[in-house]
Design a protein. Structure first.
Length: 355
């Protein structure tokens, strides 16, 4: 078993979550200003693979991993806020949608609750086309990919541990196969490549490989600063260069995935300690999951109610409303279901349990 990172809470990871969610939110609200902001989802995938694989690897190494306990944590992490947003979406749809559109929304709610949204959208249309832009639950495709991945990845890790195989080697081999499949299919079927878990798994596995090979990474100040600076640069280039007209993920996804992994690998870097770990970014990172859930349905429904595109001030107000709802959901739904009422020390440790 390769060593994994410490379970000590890292505020810079919440800061990186903030960067990821702000990229996505601004892409949806201001697509002309942030055409490549959709790469935030790829950064989320890397963070998730890093944190969750690190937790599983530690528990397997200590011979205390429980599959039931793992799925219980996932349910408490994902479902409470998701159910609130799905319920609110159904109410808004009932008030403002025509019967045919509401019937489709109801089907999308069922697919989202079953973490099947990516497959349902694959069978309907692409992510960037006009019709998909009218779907209030379009953004939940990423949850589908993530939870489908976590149905099988813990089982693979358990098998690897039983066979005494190195988790780093297992993660690397599967990641390479997934990446090759992604590159091979992007030209022939870009929509399937975008939505299928098989062609996206390498992004989560990049974070997993980082967690499993943690002891082989230099944590000196110079090396950390170099990796962090490179990571920031790759993410900035991806956000500036990419747009919905390019076939994605393909080779282009290497930019945000590598950038996210480099930043995760450098907790000692100045940029991670002082920028990503700054209180404003940490706060946004803590509410990033409910903010991701709320922002797109609100943008869609406000446009539907207005019967025309939202103006710039209106979109800004919708994002403010999304942030408020995200904080309320985090404070009164997510935290109570995830943590109950544990001691502050346990809460700090549990914050590392990511999407």
């Amino acid at each position: 078993m390769s060593s994994s990172p410490s379970d000590r809470y890292r505020p810079d990871i919440d800061g990186l979550r903030a960067v990821a969610v702000m990229l996505v939110v601004n892409f949806h609200a201001f697509p002309e200003a942030m055409p490549g902001g959709f790469i935030g989802v790829d950064i989320f995938f890397v963070i998730s693979g890093f944190l969750i694989t690190g937790i599983i690897a530690r528990e397997l190494d200590q011979q205390r991993f429980s599959l039931l306990a793992f799925y219980d944590r996932r349910i408490r992490r994902i479902f409470p806020a998701l159910i609130v947003v799905l319920g609110a979406t159904l109410v808004l749809g009932w008030l403002w949608m025509l019967p045919a559109a509401y019937a489709q929304l109801s089907a999308d709610v069922i697919a989202s609750a079953a973490f099947f949204s990516n497959i349902a959208l694959l069978l309907q249309s692409g992510y960037f086309d006009v019709e998909s832009g009218k779907k209030p639950l379009l953004h939940l495709w990423s949850l589908g990919i993530e939870e489908q991945f976590y149905l099988f990845w813990p089982l693979i890790l358990m098998l690897a541990a039983r066979l005494r195989l190195g988790i780093l080697a297992v993660a690397s081999v599967i990641a390479l196969a997934s990446f090759v499949l992604n590159v091979a299919l992007i030209g022939a079927d870009p929509v399937a490549t975008f939505y299928l878990p098989f062609t996206r798994a390498w992004e989560l596995l990049t974070g997993a490989a980082l967690a499993c090979g943690w002891n082989q990474i230099s944590q000196t100040s110079r090396a950390s600063n170099f990796r962090a600076a490179t990571g920031f640069l790759l993410i900035a280039v991806a956000a500036a260069v990419l747009d919905p007209h390019r076939a994605f993920p393909g080779w282009w996804a290497v930019l945000p995935v590598a950038g996210g992994a480099l930043l995760l690998s450098a907790p000692a870097a100045w940029g991670c300690r002082h920028l990503l770990a700054s209180p404003p970014l940490v706060w946004i990172g803590l509410i990033s999951y409910p903010l991701y859930l709320w922002h797109w349905p609100l943008l869609v429904f406000f446009s539907l109610i207005k019967f025309s595109p939202l103006t710039l001030p209106e979109r800004e107000l919708v994002l403010l409303a999304s942030a408020l709802l995200a904080w309320l959901t985090y404070r009164f739904v997510e935290k109570p279901f995830r943590f109950g009422r544990p001691s502050p020390r346990i809460v700090r440790r549990c914050r590392s349990a990511s999407r």
